[in-house]
Structures are given as structure tokens and as C-alpha cells.
Design a protein around this ligand. Structure first.
Ligand SMILES: Nc1nc2c(ncn2[C@@H]2O[C@H](COP(=O)(O)OP(=O)(O)OP(=O)(O)O)[C@@H](O)[C@H]2O)c(=O)[nH]1
Ligand SMILES: [Zn+2]
Length: 291
């Protein structure tokens, strides 16, 4: 029998099985000997025991593996930013898009709190990210705008949420699946998350064959990409970068850089390039300090 590990606690693993029930499982001792750990998100082979228990016999190959939170087989990351309150910082958004792709995970851009943003703001953001080809959603958890489209995007996927504090990640999860009643507003939750409390990641069911990790992932700190590789995560630059005078053009100050030319013509959003250049320059500086 197969199943998906959705929770790990005190040496037990809760596995959602093909029978569509949860079984509380132990892992075979052999994993420890091999130095393997069962992760939340793992697809496992198990032997059922009784009505509600089982033993995990095998971990099936993982497509992705995150360290923070420790979760396997994430297929997509919702990169979540509010447009206002707090005001969007596109530099952080662009950095998260790079970090997510670097982990082999597909980014989905979600702009929250649409109820308090202007149409002009939404249009500008849409135009800024349209050429990346990543899916873009505009939602309001408070006014229940755009939630159906988001639900559809979650189907068949294991999703992790990423984004700064206060942008409405918990509110979005609550709006999608009200039975979670996650704490929102930050304060009480942050106190519960004190330095000494261990946070366990769980997968929450947000519909049939749709799972979301309850602990956000990725941060600016997790971005370990080399300066010359940043450009590999800018699909909106690709069609123009082909015409740069030489391979390996970093699109910084190079003469006849086709990406810079595209921005000057208005074919690429200027902010995408300036954020990119800041990121690359910061990386170059960091690398310089390491030697
Ligand atoms: N106007 C408006 N406010 C919202 C919306 N969604 C969330 N908020 C408010 O934004 C604040 C932060 O929401 P949370 O859901 O706690 O944000 P979070 O991203 O989970 O924050 P952290 O737990 O700190 O990471 C709360 O005061 C919410 O009431 C929305 O759609 N519209
Ligand atoms: Zn270039």
C-alpha cells in the first residue's frame, strides 16, 4: 500500500493512504541504519496494521527536498506578497523567485490584499511579472476574491508558501480551508514560535489531492546562488539575452547588452533589471569577501 507522510511527531508518522484514511505509522529500523530519515511529504510504501496503523517499509524517490521546513516532494511555491500594507518590496519578491527555482520548484506569484490596492497597482505588477511566464494570482482573503482560481492551482500539487511576515499567508490558508483556523495577525503566533519551540511541519489538506505545508519556506537568507548564475532564473530575460554580444553577459554594464537595450526600449520592465543587478552585485560582493 502507498501513502503520503503528512505529519511527523514523536517517532510516529501520519500517512494518508490510498484507502483515503490516515494511518499512524512507525518506520522500519533499517532507515536509521542507512542514515535515512522519513520526511513529511514523502511518498512511502507501507504495510497496514489493524484499522489505523502501519509500518513504513520504503521511501519512494523524492523529486525535491527542502531543508527549511524539512519537507519532500514540494512541487510548487506560492511566492506571496501584499500589494500594500505592508507595501510590496519587489527586490525581495525577485530574490524569492530565484531561490524557489534554484530548489527545483516552480514559483507561482500571489498578490494579496487586493481589496485595498488600486487597479493601477495591480496592472503595474501584472505587467512587471507577465513575461516571466509564472502563474500570477490576485487575491483578497478578506473579500474572498480570486480564491477559486487559487484552489484550482493547488489541485494535484504539494505547495509551500513563501513570503514576508504580515502579507496574509495564514489568512489565505484560512480562507481556502476555514477548518484550519490558523492564527492570523502575527503577534500571538510569533510568541508561540519562540526560539525554543520546535516547529513541526505538517501538510494540510486543501482539497482533493491538494496539500499545503503549514510552515512557510524560503527566505532571502536561503539564497545561495552564484553571481553568474542568477541570470539563469530570469526567464523573462532569455529571449533578449540571446542577442547579448557574448555568452556569459551578466547584463550589468556590458557594452551592447541586449537585456539593457530591451529595458531602454520598454520591452522589459526596468525594475526587473535593476533588482536583478542589485542582487548580482550583492552576490559579487559576498563572493569577494569569501576569498
Ligand atoms: N485588507 C486585507 N487585510 C488582510 C487580508 N488578508 C490578511 N489581512 C490582514 O493582514 C494581517 C496579516 O495577516 P496574516 O495572515 O497573519 O499574515 P502572515 O503572512 O501569515 O503573517 P506571519 O504569520 O507574520 O508570517 C492581518 O491583520 C490580516 O487581517 C486581505 O485580504 N485584505
Ligand atoms: Zn547582457
Amino acid at each position: 500500500m502507498q501513502g503520503r507522510v503528512i505529519r511527523a511527531r514523536g517517532g510516529f508518522f501520519d500517512v494518508y493512504t490510498t484507502e483515503e484514511i490516515e494511518r499512524r505509522c512507525r518506520a522500519r529500523g533499517i532507515f536509521k541504519k542507512r542514515g535515512q530519515t522519513v520526511l513529511v511529504g514523502d511518498l512511502v510504501q507501507l504495510v497496514p496494521m489493524g484499522e489505523t496503523e502501519g509500518v513504513i517499509e520504503e521511501i519512494l524517490p523524492r523529486s525535491t527536498e527542502l531543508l527549511r521546513p524539512p519537507v519532500a516532494n514540494i512541487t510548487q511555491a506560492f511566492v506571496i506578497f501584499s500589494i500594500v500594507e505592508p507595501l510590496i518590496q519587489t527586490y525581495l519578491l525577485d530574490g524569492l523567485l530565484v531561490a524557489v527555482q534554484q530548489a527545483g520548484i516552480r514559483p507561482v506569484i500571489v498578490f494579496t490584499k487586493c481589496d485595498i490596492a488600486t487597479d493601477q497597482d495591480k496592472e503595474d505588477l501584472f505587467n512587471q511579472y507577465r513575461l516571466t511566464g509564472f502563474p500570477i494570482f490576485f487575491v483578497s482573503s478578506r473579500k474572498e476574491i480570486g480564491l477559486e482560481d487559487v484552489k484550482e492551482a493547488l489541485t494535484g500539487e504539494i505547495t509551500v508558501l513563501a513570503g514576508p511576515s504580515g502579507v496574509g499567508k495564514s489568512s489565505l490558508l484560512n480562507a481556502l480551508a476555514p477548518h484550519f483556523s490558523l492564527e492570523t495577525g502575527g503577534i500571538s503566533e510569533k510568541m508561540g514560535r519562540g526560539r525554543h519551540t520546535t516547529r513541526h511541519v505538517s501538510l494540510l489538506s486543501v482539497g482533493e489531492n491538494a496539500w499545503v505545508a503549514d510552515t512557510p519556506g524560503f527566505s532571502q537568507l536561503s539564497l545561495s546562488v552564484a553571481s553568474q548564475d542568477v541570470r539563469l532564473y530570469y526567464p523573462d530575460f532569455f529571449p533578449f539575452a540571446q542577442n547579448c554580444p557574448y555568452r556569459g553577459c551578466l547584463h550589468l554594464q556590458e557594452e551592447n547588452c541586449a537585456v539593457q537595450a530591451a529595458v531602454e526600449r520598454g520591452d522589459l520592465p526596468a525594475e526587473r533589471l535593476t533588482n536583478y543587478q542589485t542582487l548580482v552585485n550583492n552576490k559579487i560582493e559576498q563572493e569577494g569577501r569569501q576569498y
